[in-house]
Design a protein around this ligand. Structure first.
Ligand code: EPZ
Length: 416
């Protein structure tokens, strides 16, 4: 296995291009199952999770090639199943369920199983599909879904679910009649999926708001779209500028997707200038401790909680970080404490008392965003930090060590 080595204490300076969003590319790839023929996706990031979705689509009979653009031909789907071997490595595989059962009336998708950051059930996905006329049964760890024909329904989510909203929105595009999704997720990635489905001939209104209306159509046709920039990757590099006291300009990003984070980073003493599709972040004063509560978009993103906590470990006071979305998303705390951070857990909150420095040490990545948090802390820590199990990192960050080394970080990968 690989590990990432970092010699910290360097203020990062320079420009970083932001890649396409993993959490938009994955549902867009699944959406190609709704219309037979050749789809084209531009700006798809080269990540482990993308390769897993490619393998899953290939397993079903799609021809998916990732050159400059990604082409997906779903004209010959012969297997309506998402096997455990693939689903267990990537929960987002559940996104093929809605398209498969809506277009082919049948699907067999492995239950995703547990995850480091929480139970993450898919009960809301399944309840919504049942309301649309799908018979769901759970057998040997698989969801078996059957339907004569899906029909529209008025569905209210008990709680906001991003992939639940995406799954049911995709399923509703080929159902008979109108589906209304209430308490829907408002993330930019949901809006991106709706935009793509409408290019395929769907009739979706309200994406980006809490109420989405989908008028079912008899069939859809293949289309093409560019993947939106990855707001979490961008946010991670903004935090890198803040924690190292450097100055980074991020290009090819969508500043409007980062309002809640930018607000908190500015309050923490990070100067952020917005110009078009670029952001420049710098810090030359103290890091001011801030309280944060994660919340569905447009609130503070849970996917930035671990990275923001890394910044707060060097704050000038006390920061209360409250994780409202997942029940176990503090796996990075014990690892940050190994680097000298002063953090106490209290249920869904972490109390972070700022210290004046972090010191490098061997640490272990436990999940995607926790590993990003450890990279940030390692960049600020004096001495050498070794991060093991960085396959977690490769799921969501395209060539992170190349991007960071290009702006002055002393970071490299080596065999463990
Ligand atoms: C998406 O996961 C993202 N993944 C996650 O990003 C992100 O953290 C999460 O949304 C929240 O923003 C993708 O888009 C591929 P949810 P998702 O359904 O859709 C509970 C990353 O780091 N819930 O919005 O799986 C659930 O347990 C990843 O890139 C149910 O109880 O998250 C959680 O507590 C990590 N039943 C809450 O809702 C359900 O049927 C929000 O989950 C569905 C969800």
């Amino acid at each position: 296995m690989d590990r990432l080595m970092i010699e910290g204490g360097i203020a990062l300076q320079g420009e970083i291009p932001v890649s396409g969003a993993k959490n938009a590319a994955l549902p867009l790839m699944a959406a190609s199952l709704l219309a037979a023929g050749g789809h084209t996706l531009h700006n798809v990031p080269r990540l482990r999770d993308i390769r897993t979705m490619q393998a899953l689509l290939g397993h079903m009979g799609a021809v998916c090639e990732h050159g400059e653009a990604m082409t997906i031909d779903t004209g010959n789907i012969h297997t309506l199943e998402a096997p455990y071997e693939l689903v267990k490595t990537m929960r987002a595989s559940v996104l093929v369920l809605g398209p498969l059962v809506s277009r082919y009336r049948s699907a067999r998708v492995s239950l995703p199983g547990g995850c480091a950051i929480g139970a993450r059930p898919i009960n809301l996905h399944l309840k919504g599909l049942e309301q649309m006329g799908v018979d769901i049964s759970l057998e040997q760890g698989y969801v078996s879904a059957r339907a004569r024909k899906l029909h529209g329904a008025a569905i209210t989510f008990d709680q906001v679910t991003v992939t639940g909203t995406e799954n049911l929105m995709m399923a509703a595009t080929l159902a008979d009649g109108v589906t209304i999704l209430r308490n829907a997720a408002r993330e930019p990635e949901v809006v991106a999926v709706a935009e793509y489905l409408n290019r395929m001939g769907a009739r979706i209104e309200g994406a980006g708001s809490a109420e989405i209306v989908i008028e079912g159509r008899p069939e859809l046709t293949p289309a093409s779209i560019g993947v939106i920039p990855d707001r979490i990757e961008a946010g991670t590099y903004l935090a890198a500028a803040g924690i190292t006291g450097g100055r980074l300009t991020l290009t090819r990003c969508a500043p409007e997707h980062l309002d809640a984070l930018i607000h908190k980073l500015r309050a923490a003493g990070v100067r952020i200038d917005v110009h078009g599709d670029s952001l420049t972040a710098s810090r030359d004063g103290a890091i001011h401790s801030q309280d944060v509560k994660t919340w569905p978009y447009p609130g503070f993103p849970t996917d930035m909680q671990a990275q923001f906590m890394a910044l707060m470990t060097l704050g000038d006071g006390v920061s209360i970080i409250s994780e409202q979305i997942f029940e176990n998303r503090f796996m990075h705390v014990l690892e940050l404490k190994r680097l000298g951070a002063d953090i106490e857990l209290d249920g869904r909150s972490a109390v972070v008392r700022g210290t004046d420095k972090l010191s490098g040490a061997p640490v272990m990545a436990t999940d995607l965003r926790a590993s990003a948090s450890l990279v940030l802390a390692g960049l600020a820590a004096t001495g050498k930090t070794a991060i093991s199990r960085i396959y977690h990192l490769d799921r969501g960050y395209e060539t992170i060590e190349k991007k960071l080394a290009a702006v002055g970080a002393r970071i490299w990968r080596e065999k463990e």
